[in-house]
Design a protein around this ligand. Structure first.
Ligand code: FAD
Length: 354
């Protein structure tokens, strides 16, 4: 057995969150390694569907230190542009990413944390977990799901409308993924878009910039011990990026309330009527990919790990980054992860000094 390698900090995950953490650890002069399961840079963006566009302009999609360049001809960059940006980012800062390396477990071991991987172990004084959510798609428990004989897939498996041309497709989900995929399919398929509540489109002049400003206001309110009203985020769920706006304005994005069950041939509505379908696409969200942290025994009710900022309350050597608002307001976005990444790096530097 090869001896475990040693470093001060292991970052698990080399997507945008892991890179932002690396940027700040580097600035503080700490020794670290980033372990990433993907063969190539870019995290989840590499796997996005072909027409995915960010919901913020490039200037509002930047990691610390290096603004995202504008994509020629597009106000809202596409996923390929995000991958190029992240690739360039990790090269520019010489971030020590090792891939493909999958972390299977993080263990307490003789006063350190031992990070077990498919290419040997690492021992570290602190760990930043930045594994994202894309790898844990969520499917709701809907009666009859296993009876349906057509094709079922989640957002993570959707690529483009060509696969579904002329088919009867049911898209489930009223968030940005559901709206964008429904818009993608609206022209060439017989589309049924299903949402739990009527879709709430944000005003056309509101995009990720305003959402980020709202998250900043929320963070400030929390810092000052106040509550806030949710700001612009309370106005809606779906950013009307150009393809969504076009399909909506063409009258092609009409949503139906959730069906009650599936049967062999399609969906069954509350009044007992049926709509036959060839495919159901579940745009029903994600959960944090945290299985590698199971050996630490930190998971509380509903699978959550209690955090103060990014630090795990019951394991101060562990930080969680980029999983959503519970690990920092807007931390699951390109522009929003910078600040929690900086805070995590500073806390770890303080811990190592102590
Ligand atoms: P990821 O990009 O998922 O990176 C995590 C990395 O960790 C991956 O490379 C993964 O392979 C690796 N990993 C996972 N488990 C392990 C393990 N056990 N061992 C080693 N490595 C592991 N944000 C915006 O800012 N603007 C947008 O417009 C926007 N649009 C979005 C649209 C969609 C449909 C989705 C799903 C998200 C969108 N986001 C957007 C949110 C966010 O930017 C992404 O979810 C982002 O990919 C999260 O980055 P991350 O680094 O936290 O996770």
């Amino acid at each position: 057995m090869t001896a475990a390698r040693h470093t001060q900090v292991v970052i698990v995950g080399g997507g945008q969150s892991g890179l932002a953490a690396g940027y700040h650890l580097r600035r503080l002069g700490l020794d670290f390694v980033i372990l990433d399961a993907q063969a190539e840079p870019g995290g989840a963006w590499q796997h996005a569907w072909d027409s995915l566009h960010l919901f913020s302009p490039a200037a509002y999609s930047s990691l610390p230190g290096r603004p995202m360049p504008v994509q020629a001809g597009d106000t809202y960059p596409d996923a390929r542009h995000a991958v190029s940006y992240l690739t360039e980012y990790e090269h520019r800062y010489g971030l020590p990413v090792q891939r493909p390396v999958r972390v299977s477990g993080v263990h307490r071991d003789s006063g350190l944390l031992r990070v077990e991987t498919d290419s040997g172990d690492w021992r570290a004084q602190a760990v930043i977990s930045a594994t994202g959510t894309w790898w844990r798609p969520f499917l709701p428990a809907v009666p009859g799901r296993s009876d349906f004989r057509g094709r079922q897939l989640h957002t993570v498996e959707y690529r483009n409308p060509l696969d579904f041309a002329g088919q009867r497709v049911v898209v489930v989900g009223g968030g940005n993924s559901g709206a964008q995929i429904a818009a993608d399919l609206a022209y060439d398929t017989e589309l049924t878009w299903v949402t739990q509540r009527p879709p709430r489109f944000l005003p056309d002049d509101v995009d990720g910039r305003a959402l980020f400003d709202a998250a900043t206001a929320r963070r400030r309110a929390l810092d000052e011990g106040r509550t806030d009203d949710g700001g612009v985020a309370s106005l809606g769920d779906v950013v009307a990026v150009p393809p969504v706006r076009e399909a909506r304005d063409a009258g092609l994005l009409k949503a139906s309330p959730m069906f009650v069950r599936l049967d062999r041939d399609g969906v069954v509505w509350a009044d007992g009527t049926r709509t036959p379908a060839d495919a159901v696409i579940w745009c029903t969200g994600f959960r944090p990919a945290l299985s590698h942290l199971a050996p630490l025994g930190l998971r509380g009710p509903r699978g959550r790990i209690a955090t103060a900022g990014t630090r795990a309350v019951d394991e101060p050597r562990l930080h969680l980054l980029g999983y959503g608002d519970w690990t920092g307001p807007a931390s699951a976005t390109l522009i929003g992860v910078g600040r929690p990444a900086r805070d995590a790096a500073r806390e770890i530097a303080g811990l190592l000094e102590a």
